[in-house]
Design a binder for this molecule. Sequence first.
Ligand SMILES: Cc1ncc(COP(=O)(O)O)c(C=O)c1O
Length: 365
Amino acid sequence: MSSHTWPSWLPLRADLAELSAYGAPQVPSLAQLNTNENPYAPSAELVDAITARISVVAKTLNRYPDRDAMELRSALAKFLNNISGTSLGLNQIWAANGSNEIIQSLFLACGSRAALGFTPSYSMHPLIARVTATQWHAGSRNLDFTIDVDGALAQIAQIQPGLTFVTTPNNPTGTSISLQDLDLLAHACAKVSGLLVVDEAYAEFSNDPSAVTLLDNHPNIVVIRTMSKAFAFAGVRLGYLAAREELVDAMLLVRLPYHLSTLTQAAAIAALEFQAQSLATVQVLRQSRDSLALKLEDLGCSVIPSSANFLLFSVENPQSVWRSLLDQGVLIRDVGLSGYLRVSIGNEAENEQFISALRQSLGGK
Ligand SMILES: Cc1ncc(COP(=O)(O)O)c(C=O)c1O
């Protein structure tokens, strides 16, 4: 609910009046572990490559960007094909300012019927549904936060959603769903003429194959990815999707003209050229994740098995532990889940700061 009282002169849509703006705290801290960013800054070589590309395109900034981002979409298709053994063409890729814009475009194009997701999951799915006036249904998960596939199949049949969202690895739990189960869900969505939207924002941190490998058999699957996490490129705002060509054509109907700036396109192309280097941090973060999980268990917390770059762990009094960590300069995330907090994996120093601050908060155990 919003704490805002809107003035009568502002003709705000009535269905938005009670909403609060998205706002993970952005406060200065020693260890910033609350938005699942990659803690490793771009290498000097990548910075040079971005600067070189940008100094070339800067001379053309009087002109609008390539509206269809052809070079960038080809590079993204090549990246996905390399990691997944697929043969996606650029017409099966769409790119936007972060995967949040991709999600918004999906709602704008295909959100006339209800949408379904499995809670707890990424909070922006229901929020963007609300902003685009799509009815949202919150399905539940098993107690261990995995998806109850039979329950999900029943809900799809009953609600008949136009859009069903599955995040894997899931935020904020870190849990994954198998391709076999996605296959079952996609069939169920197809029976009600709905799309299965697989949000793979954290896929590079997991060993599971991407759902892009299911696209040949399932025209109704849409896979969403981002360069904000594994690629360590959150500041650029580059998200993309892979789907059948017709779905990409539908994105063209709702995108704003020239939505993706020339500078964004140039930076993202440079990062894709340096992908081996950017993604090298993924292995480091996975190892840090696994060792941080053990340290949390040593402190008596139970940790949900995670395939992402964050951990959900149990604490008795999440709000006061969150506050006490912040007082010690460590910013993590209270995702509003009773008995749990989420921490993003940081660099070594940040992880140390987090563990020692948590030890302090839990009474020096
Ligand atoms: C599951 C999931 N999807 C999408 C996003 C949006 O990422 P971006 O808009 O930076 O691409 C996030 C960001 O935290 C996320 O956790």
